[in-house]
Ligand binder design. Sequence first.
Ligand code: FAD
Ligand code: NAD
Length: 478
Amino acid sequence: MAEQFDVVVIGAGPAGYHAAIRAAQLGMKTACVDAALGKDGKPALGGTCLRVGCIPSKALLDSSHQYHNLTHSFDQHGISFKDAKIDVAKMIGRKDAIVKQFTGGIAQLFKANKVAAYYGFGQLQPGNIVKVKQHDGSEVELKGTNVIIAAGSDSIELPFAKFDNENIVDNVGALDFTEVPNRLTVIGAGVIGLELGSVWKRLGAEVTILEALPDFLPAADAEVSKLAAREFKKQGLDIRLGAKVSKTELSGKGKKKEVVITYTDASGEQTLTVDKLLVAVGRRAATKGLLADGTGVKLDARGVIEVDAHCHTGVDGVWAIGDCVRGPMLAHKGFEEGIAVAELIAGLPGHVNFDTIPYVIYTSPEIAWVGKTEQQLKAEGVAYKTGTFPFAAVGRAVAMGEPVGFAKVIADAETDRVLGLHLIGPNVSELVHEGVLTMEFHGSADDLARICHAHPSLSEAIHDAAMAVDKRAIHKAN
Ligand code: FAD
Ligand code: NAD
């Protein structure tokens, strides 16, 4: 006999745990099922994001950034040192402790909110029943008046570069190297390739990134991508565009094992021999084995769960959110969908505004944006104006020794409404929210320009960029 719940959530990643906690807050009897185990073999809630994604990657980005500053920029502050060394085991241990703190934190939040946690693989059966195969081999059935599927995503594997978790790895392996590889190749110059490529480059690896497309970071504003490409090149990241990998082979034995990569670019066929290969060519919805026959939930050709604008699958009481449905694969997009669906189930007006989702790449300089790029607006035939301001003219950025980058405000040519904010530079992962807020409140470039910004602060780049939209920036010639 299945235990009855108001809401059963499959998956305790960012989307699922938000949905479960919000549903419980709203007074619904809620269960959440998750299959994942941590590095210690014990159940670990929090999904890709907390275990092998957002948080561990940022921990390593921060460690490697500190090391890079110590070896490259402390000197200009008059700080000297001898024999800087990186203890990779200690750095990974710090990252693991952060992961444990946060995955354990979700378990505590579930307890505090009375969300019943079930540890095992859940499969949706017809009639809103979730059959859970628990880690001890036993099975339990949960019936939900509503079921929210938040199964997330897995790395895409290339048929000619199968993961062996030693020399050919995905994000999981690249977050756990036991030493700095001498030579690392990444397939895919996307977000993971750039972030994890930066980590190991800063620690001393020779890093080559092979990207199939002819353009670099096409989703970002073209001026941002151009500056980013220049900065990454200066840092020694060897990014090769239009590079199509056709074959990988392992050679050698044990610690001497190498990966021989064959790819073709504009100059013809090339080979590269490296110690480690990270494949970061995107992720796919984790829907394998998730649905029993007859549930009525539809998958598209790529295994993505089909939903409407409110994350409803079309089957009575069955919803799907996060990476396993359409839209950007971002933790905060999943957060918002989780909350929105819990609120919709409770009869409240939940919604997610896809137009104001911020995008961040945590490289150095950081890249962040919200809204439309110039290339998108041109393609849509929207008349717009822009204002740009460089961090090199922002006192705080120069005092920090981080003058590279700029802020660009894009506003509607007629109404002045902000259509986009594009940033590359120091701490722009935080600054981008100024654009998110302005756009959520339908603000104009003039609104941004008239808001008092603290001096000296990095946010002054946005203030002056907003003033530059009407050619009245104070700290540069217009
Ligand atoms: P997931 O986080 O994938 O969670 C799904 C959970 O469901 C997992 O625990 C899984 O084990 C479980 N599950 C799946 N199927 C079942 C089943 N049938 N039964 C039981 N349990 C199941 N995004 C950002 O916004 N910012 C970042 O900085 C960022 N950095 C990233 C870095 C890396 C290296 C990676 C790989 C991703 C990063 N992302 C980042 C993306 C982010 O991690 C995902 O968008 C986010 O985790 C998706 O949340 P989710 O809840 O939809 O799925
Ligand atoms: P991605 O989509 O960002 O980048 C994949 C890249 O690989 C693309 O540039 C693509 O053109 C290229 N590619 C695809 N097939 C290829 C091939 N055969 N050969 C060479 N290049 C190929 O995907 P990702 O970097 O794997 O990240 C996965 C997801 O995780 C993304 O959707 C991203 O949103 C999310 N993520 C977000 C953050 C963040 O928000 N800071 C960080 C990491 C990951």
